[in-house]
Design a protein around this ligand. Structure first.
Ligand code: UTP
Length: 276
C-alpha cells in the first residue's frame, strides 16, 4: 500500500525554548520568513503525500491560521496591487489538504500519535516531527517511504550521533543489512553512554503501520506520565515484527532548541543567499 498520509505531531510544550514558547508554538518560530512547520509540510508534499494531519494542542491556533485562507489580508494586498505578496499568501493555503486534531493534554509523543488512529484509517502513514527540518536533495521522509515500499515494514529515520549525545535520543540496536540500512533488533530510549547498544539515533521521521496503535495502548506511561512512541515500537519488535532503520541523507536541524533554531536560520540564510 502506498504512503499517502502524514501525521505531524505539534502539541508539545516546547519547554526547551521557553520563554518564547509561553505564547507561541515552537513550530511557528521563523526560519528566515517561514515557520518551521512550513518546511516540514513541504518535505511531506515533495515525498508524494497529499493528506496531512497535524496534532495540535493548547495555544497552537497560529498553526491553523497560517495554513488557512486570510481573506482580509488577500483583499488588502489585491487592492494595492501587491501581486507577488498575494501569491505568496495564497500558495500556502493551497499547498495540500491539512486536517487537525487536538491532543487535550501533552501526554507524550506516543499519545499524540494515538490521536491519529481514526484519520489514518488502517493505512501506513508517515510521521514528521514538527520541530525538525531536514535539508536534502531527496526529501527526508521520502527516503523512508522508499524503504517501506521495499519491505512493507515500519521504518525509523536515524542518524549516527556523537556518543556523548546518545542519552538525548531513542537508540537502535540493529544489524546493518546495507550501507545505512539497519534491521532493528531492539530500541532503547535515552540510554546512558555506557549502556547504549550503538550511537544510531532515531530522529524525527518515521513510516509506521496501523498496528502501532494497539502497541501504544499497551505500553505503560513513563515516569513523567508520558506515553513514548519508542516504547511501543520496542514492543512491536519484541513481538517479532520486522522493522527497519534508515540513515537519512541530508542535514537535520532540531529547531526545538535555541542552538538548533539559530543554526537553521544562519545556514538556510546562507543557502538562500541572504547571508554571506
Ligand atoms: P519533544 O520531545 O520535543 O517535546 O516532542 P516538547 O514538549 O515539544 O518540547 P520540550 O522537550 O519540552 O522542549 C517531540 C515531538 O512530539 C510532539 C512535539 O510537538 C514534537 O513535535 N509532542 C510531544 C506532542 O505532540 N505531544 C506531546 O505530548 C509531546
Amino acid at each position: 500500500m502506498k504512503v499517502k498520509k502524514a501525521v505531524i505531531p505539534a502539541a508539545g510544550l516546547g519547554t526547551r525554548l521557553l520563554p518564547i514558547t509561553k505564547s507561541m508554538p515552537k513550530e511557528m518560530l521563523p526560519v528566515i520568513n517561514r515557520p518551521v512547520i512550513h518546511y516540514v509540510v513541504e518535505e511531506a508534499i515533495k515525498a508524494g503525500i497529499d493528506d496531512i494531519l497535524i496534532i495540535t494542542g493548547k495555544g497552537k491556533r497560529a498553526i491553523e491560521d497560517y495554513f488557512d485562507r486570510n481573506f482580509e489580508l488577500e483583499y488588502y494586498l489585491r487592492e494595492r496591487g501587491k501581486e507577488r505578496e498575494l501569491e505568496l499568501v495564497r500558495e500556502i493555503s493551497e499547498m495540500v489538504d491539512i486536517y487537525y486534531v487536538r491532543q487535550k493534554k501533552p501526554l507524550g509523543l506516543g499519545d499524540a500519535i494515538l490521536h491519529a488512529e481514526k484519520h489514518v484509517n488502517g493505512e501506513p502513514f508517515a510521521v514528521l516531527l514538527g520541530d525538525d527540518i531536514i535539508v536534502s536533495e531527496r526529501p527526508g521522509i521520502g527516503q523512508l517511504v522508499e524503504v517501506y515500499e521495499r519491505f512493507n515494514a515500519p521504518v525509523l529515520g536515524v542518524e549516527t550521533v556523537e556518543w556523548e549525545a546518545v542519552e538525548k535520543y531513542g537508540i537502535v540496536a540493529g544489524e546493518e543489512v546495507e550501507s545505512g540500512l539497519y534491521k532493528v533488533k531492539d530500541l532503547v530510549e535515552k540510554p546512558k553512554k555506557e549502556e547504549a547498544p550503538s550511537n544510531v539515533a532515531i530522529v524525527g521521521r518515521y513510516v509506521l503501520t496501523p498496528e502501532v496503535f494497539d502497541a501504544l495502548r499497551e505500553v505503560k506511561p513513563d515516569k513523567r506520565g508520558e506515553i513514548q512512541l519508542t516504547d511501543a515500537l520496542r514492543l512491536l519488535v519484541g513481538n517479532g515484527r520486522s522493522m527497519y532503520a534508515k540513515t537519512i541523507e541530508g542535514k537535520r536541524y532540531d529547531v526545538g532548541t535555541p542552538e538548533g533554531w539559530l543554526r537553521a536560520n544562519v545556514e538556510l540564510g546562507r543557502l538562500a543567499g541572504i547571508l554571506r
